[in-house]
Design a protein around this ligand. Structure first.
Ligand code: URP
Ligand code: ZN
Ligand code: ZN
Ligand code: ZN
Length: 485
């Protein structure tokens, strides 16, 4: 035998190509596309779509509390859930808390993932304390060890950074070839509006939406785009939830900034009416930014179709509907004290396939781009992940697009006791999911092994243009912004 596994009759799609062939896998890597091959193990795809496994580049697993409750999923349950929904790579967060060493933070999350993850992973490093005495030195070490994505927040009191700290971090990101991903919401506006809501006894979950208007997101997007342009640092605006933000991103791109934009399954598919339910049921719809109007969803769909958005992730933030999770501060609390976030790592691929491909909104190649290939490229994993090519890892999904299932939390693998998608229909599901040539899931059944996931070393992030408009403006004075080592 010249292969370990051959997938016969595959109808393949990548982000830019569609082709039919047999796929030969050896040592977990795609070795041959088409031609004569033999192997002890074969899977017949029967002419079904065979796509690169999903990359979910925004998930929270086993993350230490900064606000709210405890993540229900660790690296085992989180990655099992991912695999059962056709995701073969995840990029969760490693979080530096204030006064904490960046190196310790990374070591802590490596210890959580090693021996537990069932699919491959990298980390984004959340930075909340650039004033830590060892920060500069340790950041350099961490970046050189394969973490090329830094995450910062403009909101949440425990982790938000002011402009000085943001400038410092973007400056250092440039030096180390890192991308910066940003949660964009103006915390001043949110705090001010929230106080007025509480003063007027508007405390039910539905007022969460009122407390975080689209302009709060758009202002922070604008500020981050300005900083990104100043340093020419590749920047990801995560969980874009509004058309206003998209317009600003377009403008920054016109000025030469390398801005990437992500939205999440929930902003495309969930109604904001989820927030407006009796008792505290509305807590099941609380995430930040909030679920917005149908018109905002439509603006996001437009951006999915026209290429303004680069990535569709889940922002899987698993909180149970109990005192460990959503209600860590008690049941009968105002919306401000309910943990923010929705679970969705398992349903992201099937839901997006259902709503985007089955409806004809996008073609299969754009589906691959938005769920896998673009994330691989943006986060320095291309070559290995996000494609079907000789030399790439055999991370593949054989899709069943004749499938029908009414979503029911009982059949899901996350450690969360509800799903906000309960009762919705999906019309496609990965029949077989392979991670480096091993079958890790068949439909809803997990068939992988705890600890088989490996840490992926990321390559440096790339900018789209050598200089931005602002850099040219400063350059005309002979000023160079390049950081001091
Ligand atoms: O509401 C959300 N998205 N919670 C998770 C943390 C974050 O903001 O990404
Ligand atoms: Zn470096
Ligand atoms: Zn966020
Ligand atoms: Zn998040």
């Amino acid at each position: 035998h010249d292969m370990d596994l051959v997938i016969r009759n595959a109808h393949c799609a990548t982000a830019c190509m569609t082709f039919d062939c047999d796929i030969g896998v050896k040592d977990g890597v795609i070795r041959q596309l088409g031609g004569k091959m033999s192997s002890p193990d074969e899977i017949d795809a029967n002419g079904r779509w065979v796509l690169p496994g999903g990359i979910d580049s925004h998930v929270h697993f086993d993350q230490r509390k900064t606000h709210g409750g405890q993540n229900a999923d660790d690296f085992y349950t989180g990655t099992v859930s991912a695999a059962c929904g056709g995701t073969t790579t995840v990029i969760p967060f490693a979080a530096q808390h204030r006064t904490q060493s960046v190196k310790w933070a990374i070591e802590e999350y490596h210890a959580r993932a090693t021996g537990n993850a069932v699919i491959d992973y990298n980390f984004h490093l959340i930075l909340s304390d650039p004033a830590h005495p060892d920060f500069t030195e340790e950041l350099s070490e961490v970046c050189d060890a394969g973490i090329k994505s830094l995450k910062v927040f403009t909101t949440y009191p425990a982790i938000r950074l002011d402009d000085d700290a943001l400038l410092d971090i973007f400056n250092k990101a440039k030096l180390h070839g890192c991308l910066v991903m940003v949660h964009c919401e103006n915390s001043g506006i949110i705090d001010f509006v929230t106080q007025r809501l509480l003063d007027q006894d508007m405390t039910a979950p539905k007022y969460h939406l009122a407390s975080r208007p689209a302009i709060a997101e758009a202002e922070a997007v604008m500020r981050i785009c300005a900083i990104a342009e100043l340093f020419n640092v590749p920047t990801m605006i995560v969980h874009v939830s509004s058309g206003r933000s998209l317009k600003i991103i377009d403008m920054a791109r016109d000025n030469g900034a390398t801005i990437f934009a992500e939205t999440c399954t929930q902003y495309l598919t969930l109604p904001q009416s989820l927030l407006d339910q009796p008792d505290q049921e509305g807590a099941k719809g609380i995430c930040s930014p909030p679920l917005r109007s149908a018109a905002e969803s439509e603006a996001l769909w437009q951006a999915v179709c026209d290429g303004t958005l680069d990535v569709v992730s889940s922002d899987h933030s698993p909180y149970r509907f109990d005192e460990t999770g959503k209600f860590a501060h008690g049941r009968d609390v105002p919306f401000t004290r309910i943990s923010n976030g929705l679970p969705g790592v398992e349903l992201r691929m099937p839901l997006f396939f259902t709503h985007a491909v089955q409806t004809g909104r996008i073609d299969i190649n754009r589906f691959v781009a938005l769920t896998s290939a673009n994330a691989a490229e943006i986060y320095g994993l291309s070559g290995r992940k996000g494609t079907i090519a000789v030399g790439a890892d055999a991370d593949l999904c054989i899709w069943d697009d004749d499938y029908r299932w009414t979503i029911n939390n009982d059949r899901m693998h996350h450690n969360v006791d509800f799903t906000p998608y309960e009762g919705m229909e999906v019309t496609a599901w990965p029949a077989v999911t392979l991670s480096r040539g091993r079958v890790v899931a068949r439909y809803h059944d997990f068939t992988g092994t705890r600890g088989d996931g490996q840490f992926l070393v990321a390559d440096a992030a790339l900018t789209r243009h050598e200089m931005t408009a602002t850099q040219k403006e400063l350059n005309a004075f002979g000023l160079r912004l390049s950081p001091r080592q």
